[in-house]
Design a protein around this ligand. Structure first.
Ligand SMILES: Cc1cc2nc3c(=O)[nH]c(=O)nc-3n(C[C@H](O)[C@H](O)[C@H](O)COP(=O)(O)O)c2cc1C
Length: 309
């Protein structure tokens, strides 16, 4: 009923957790049965440990939150020796999110992760809006996205996902560029570039000035992007943005996603990913839908003519 197949990547259900919002899984192991969810996407990995941005790095806003974590991470060696073994032991489907400090580093990190047996797929994060050097610029330029994806493609046999930024006007050309570069799946959206201000002190609240907006506020934006990307390319799409319930998941599936990732909701409801899987089963049964696969890309967009009177 819940199994989905995203090209070569088979998942027990379509509910993954999103990069940077679920640590490396073990932090959530006391609350969530990690085997029950479709899989986890790790915090974005760099080759070496990164400290991230200066605080404050998170602020709550209406309908969501802003972050400028700056891709703090433990580096590939610590991930492989300290974090991955526990996940493999538990039978968790692990997707490793990879990026580079510089454009040339992406394939180096991907090649390092390619050698790790317990990693089921690689998601390249060509879309982080928080790293001053490159993140946003790299991810908004289709030519650069195509070439980073193809460089990564040439060093790994693992299923490859390209995670796209929403900070563009034309998602179709970005999606096409990633697929031309060799991405077998796309995931979207990353956070939306945004800002919070303390007017009394006349200062931005985040240490870096701007950050990325996530949470329920971005769900309608994410649905629109997923729908447009699904119409532009012929590869499985993973929908991300404000998902917090089974109803949200099904909206993304109807829009064209084959699976989803749950992000910010993990912060305010740590058990949410597993709850969504339970809810999904009940919802499909009560609606007499025999498989989630039957709903993927079923949005009916009929022209509605409004006649002025
Ligand atoms: C605190 C925080 C850290 C994040 N770190 C990463 C990251 O390391 N790599 C990445 O690709 N996305 C990162 N994201 C983006 C999420 O994976 C997701 O794309 C985004 O938050 C939208 O989903 P949501 O509205 O469900 O949170 C982060 C988001 C948050 C809130």
């Amino acid at each position: 009923m819940l199994e989905v197949k995203l090209g070569r990547l088979e998942l027990r259900n379509p509910v993954l957790t999103a990069s940077g919002t679920f640590g490396f899984g073990r932090e959530f192991a006391p609350f969530v049965d990690l085997q029950r969810i479709g899989g986890i996407v790790t915090k974005t990995l760099y080759l070496a440990r990164r400290r991230g941005n200066p605080p404050p790095r998170i602020v709550e806003v209406t309908g969501g939150m802003l972050n400028s974590i700056g891709l703090e991470n433990p580096g590939c060696d610590a991930f492989e020796s300290e974090m991955l073994p526990g996940l493999v032991e538990r039978g968790v489907t692990v997707v490793a999110s990879c990026a580079g400090e510089r454009r040339e580093d992406f394939p180096i990190v991907a090649e390092r992760v390619d050698g790790m047996d317990g990693v089921a797929a690689i998601e390249i994060n060509v879309s982080c809006p928080n790293v001053k050097k490159g993140g946003l610029d790299l991810g908004t330029n289709p030519e650069i996205v195509r070439s980073i994806v193809s460089e990564v493609r040439s060093v790994t046999e693992k299923p490859l996902i390209a995670k796209l930024t929403p900070n563009v006007t034309d998602i179709a050309s970005l999606a096409q560029a990633a697929v031309e570069g060799g991405a077998e799946m796309l995931s979207l959206i990353n956070t939306i570039s945004a800002m919070a201000i303390d007017w009394r002190s006349r200062t931005p609240i985040l240490g870096t000035g701007t950050g990325g907006l996530s949470g329920p506020a971005i769900k309608p934006v994410a649905l629109r992007f997923v729908w447009q990307a699904a119409r532009a390319v012929d590869v499985p799409i993973i929908g991300i943005g404000g998902i917090a319930s089974a109803e949200d998941v099904l909206e993304f599936l109807v829009a064209g996603a084959s699976a989803v990732q749950v992000g910010t909701a993990n912060f305010y409801r740590p058990t949410v990913s597993e709850t969504i899987v339970d809810e999904l089963e009940r919802l499909l049964e009560s609606e007499k839908v025999s498989s989630v696969r039957d709903l993927i890309g079923t949005l009916r967009v009929e022209p509605r003519v409004v006649t002025a009177r």
